[in-house]
Ligand binder design. Structure first.
Ligand code: GLY
Length: 361
């Protein structure tokens, strides 16, 4: 399948789509990255599944391959983990030519990328995303970082990888819940940029659920095209890129206040429903459109609401989000399905009612 190029002021790099890891060797050669130390970073689950396979591939092109694994989960996405990464880098005398290889989902990619961005003021890194969410969103575009003091992704850097290598077959081993969480980000693209893509998802939902290879590839590729286009126009989120945060403002608030018991994608789905309802009340979205999104999220087994959590607490959490500017919360609001606009002109009452829509008493 044809590569997609992400073109940013920082770097131009390819996203490639494969059905195994065998093309890694040639791609690394093509990118002039061979004969260097390479360090695979993976969480312990991904390490078990793919660590050996990727190591074998890298051994063909690296001067030496190192492996570092860490416990899986958002609760480990913090500076303590990064500190342990740095220690490993130092102990093994990694230098400016060493390449970090992030093998795994969003947590792994964000952390390995952040460590690469900051160690020795920046060393090269490669993304090998193995979850749906990381393949369609987090591995592309150079957002790296960690959570800090109860707030998501508040420490970080924009730092682009050298290459994003997507092996779509890794989705076959992905737990169903993780796959569903990725689908929330996929549905997000339909909501923000393309009614046609949303219709495609509705039409092909059964094939997607049944993991039809061709349909999955088409879907992931289309998401990467959307993302590459937005990131190429606004690498550092000074405007347009904010649309990718659709559903994330309230979603992040819920994720944090639920102590990360829900997955990021699950919270994004709930956050999208909240702002769809807000926009319905503004007259920008019909009841039927809210139902369409809700039904699609539900079809993929995503939660539609949260329980045992205070609306006010979620509201207060929104002010700690990194999208707050001058004490105003930034929102991405829909106009129908396939179009959004950015605004911080949203009244407290509207926000509270939007949160209430997705919180069950
Ligand atoms: N996940 C949103 C972005 O990369 O901008």
């Amino acid at each position: 399948m044809e590569k997609i190029l992400v073109k940013t002021p920082m770097k131009t790099y390819p996203i490639v789509f494969e059905e195994d890891f065998s093309a890694l060797e040639n791609l690394i050669k093509e990118q002039n990255l061979s004969q260097r130390k390479m360090c695979i970073i993976a969480d312990q689950n991904t390490a078990k599944l793919y660590g050996k396979m990727v190591t074998q591939q890298l051994e063909r092109v690296a001067s030496a391959v190192y492996f570092y694994d860490f416990p899986a989960g958002e609760i480990f996405k913090n500076l303590e983990s990064i500190s342990r990464f740095y220690r490993f880098f130092q102990e093994n005398r990694f230098d400016r030519k060493t390449i970090i290889v992030a093998l795994g989902g969003g947590v792994c990619g964000d952390m390995a990328g952040f460590a690469a961005a900051t160690y020795l003021r920046g060393i090269a890194f490669i993304q090998i995303p193995t979850t749906l969410l990381s393949q369609v969103d987090s591995s592309v575009g150079g957002k790296t970082g960690v959570d800090f003091n109860g707030t998501k992704n508040i420490i970080g850097a924009f730092y682009q990888p050298e290459l994003v290598y997507i092996n779509t077959k890794t989705l076959q081993t992905l737990p169903k819940r993780e796959f569903a969480a990725g689908m929330a980000e996929v549905i997000k693209y339909g909501c923000i940029v393309s009614r046609d893509f949303f219709d495609f998802l509705q039409a092909k939902k059964q094939d997607i659920k049944n993991m039809n290879d061709d349909i999955l590839c088409e879907m992931i590729r289309q998401c990467c095209l959307f993302k590459a286009d937005v990131v190429s126009k606004d690498e550092k989120e000074s405007g347009l890129r904010e649309i990718l945060n659709f559903g994330h403002t309230i979603g992040h608030g819920i994720e944090t206040k639920m102590d990360f018991q829900l997955l990021h994608g699950e919270c994004v789905g709930i956050g999208m429903l909240a702002v769809l309802e807000l926009s319905r009340k503004r007259g920008d979205v019909t009841k039927e459109e809210v139902e369409e999104v809700k039904n699609l999220l539900e079809y993929f087994g995503l939660p539609l609401f949260v329980e045992n959590i205070s609306v006010e607490n979620i509201y207060e959490q929104l002010f700690l989000d990194k999208k707050v500017k001058e004490n105003k919360i930034g929102f991405v609001l829909p106009k129908g399905i396939g179009k959004v606009y950015r605004t911080s002109d949203v009244k407290k009452q509207e926000i509270l009612e939007a949160i209430e829509f997705v919180v069950k008493a």
